[in-house]
Ligand binder design. Structure first.
Ligand SMILES: C[S@@+](CC[C@H](N)C(=O)[O-])C[C@H]1O[C@@H](n2cnc3c(N)ncnc32)[C@H](O)[C@@H]1O
Length: 221
C-alpha cells in the first residue's frame, strides 16, 4: 500500500519549511521533465541493483516524485520513499497507485530526521539530494543509525565546488529571487569525509555525468 504522512518528522532542521516550499512549487514541472541523461540514470539504477536483494527493506531519502523507488520496487521486499516536499510525495503516491506498485510507501520526512527506527534498513538511498541538505553531518548520523549493521548507504551527489566555488554568488542571487533551492557547495573530499565521519566505510566511488556527480557506496560495519 502506498501512503503519505501529513507532516514531515524531523529533529532540528532549521529552515526546512522554506526550503520545502521551493520543491513544492517545482514538483509538477520536475515530474514532467524528461530525465536529463538517460544513460547515466540507467547506469545508476544498474549499479544500485547490484546491492539489492529480494528480501531487503530500503529507505530512500529525497526521493522526489518516487521514480527511482518505483523502478527498484520489483528488486526488493519494501521501500519507504521519503521527501520533505508534500507535492513531490503526492505525485509519488499517485504514480504508485497508477502503476499498481504496492511495496513502496511514501512519507514526508525532512533530513536530518531522528525518527527512523534504528537498524531497520538493509540499504539507504539518496540520489541528487545530499547537496541540498543544510545539516549534512546530522543527516548522515541519522541515516547511519537507521541502517542495519552490514547494510549499505548508496548516494549520488552533485559536488558543485569541484567545478568552481564561484557558484556561491549566482546561487545566492537565484535563491533570493526564488529560482534556486539551498545548495551546499561540496567537493568530493568534503562529501567523502562527512560520510566517513558519520561512521560509514566507503566501499566504492565513481564519477557519473555530469562529471561532478559522485556515486558513493558506503557500508555500516
Ligand atoms: C533534485 S531532487 C532529486 C529527486 C530524486 N532523488 C531524483 O534523483 O530525481 C531533490 C529532492 O530532495 C528533496 N529534499 C531537499 N532537501 C531535503 C531535506 N532536507 N529533507 C528531505 N528532502 C529534501 C527535495 O524536495 C527534492 O524532491
Amino acid at each position: 500500500m502506498s501512503n503519505a504522512s501529513p507532516e514531515p518528522s524531523r529533529s532540528s532542521a532549521p529552515d526546512w519549511s522554506k526550503d520545502s516550499r521551493f520543491w513544492d512549487k517545482t514538483a509538477r514541472k520536475y515530474a514532467a521533465s524528461p530525465i536529463k541523461n538517460a544513460n547515466a540514470y540507467q547506469q545508476t539504477l544498474d549499479h544500485t541493483r547490484r546491492y539489492l536483494s529480494p528480501s531487503d527493506r530500503v529507505l530512500e531519502v529525497g526521493c522526489g516524485t518516487g521514480s527511482t523507488a518505483l523502478l527498484l520496487a520489483p528488486d526488493v521486499a519494501h521501500i519507504t520513499a521519503t521527501d520533505f516536499s508534500a507535492e513531490m510525495i503526492a505525485i509519488g503516491v499517485a504514480k504508485a497507485s497508477e502503476q499498481q506498485i504496492d511495496n513502496v510507501d511514501f512519507a514526508r520526512a525532512a533530513l536530518p530526521n531522528d525518527d527512523w527506527q534504528n537498524e531497520a534498513y538493509d540499504e539507504i538511498l539518496a540520489f541528487n539530494a545530499l547537496h541540498l541538505v543544510r545539516e549534512l553531518e546530522a543527516a548522515l548520523g541519522a541515516l547511519h543509525r537507521a541502517l542495519k549493521p552490514g547494510g549499505v548507504f548508496i548516494s549520488k551527489t552533485v559536488c558543485l565546488a569541484e567545478q568552481t566555488r564561484l557558484w556561491a554568488l549566482p546561487l545566492s542571487l537565484m535563491r533570493l529571487l526564488g529560482f534556486a533551492p539551498y545548495v551546499n557547495l561540496l567537493t568530493f573530499a568534503d562529501l567523502e569525509q562527512t560520510i566517513s565521519s558519520a561512521g560509514f566505510r566507503i566501499e566504492e566511488t565513481e564519477l557519473y555525468p555530469p562529471p561532478i556527480s559522485r556515486f558513493i557506496v558506503a557500508r555500516k560495519d
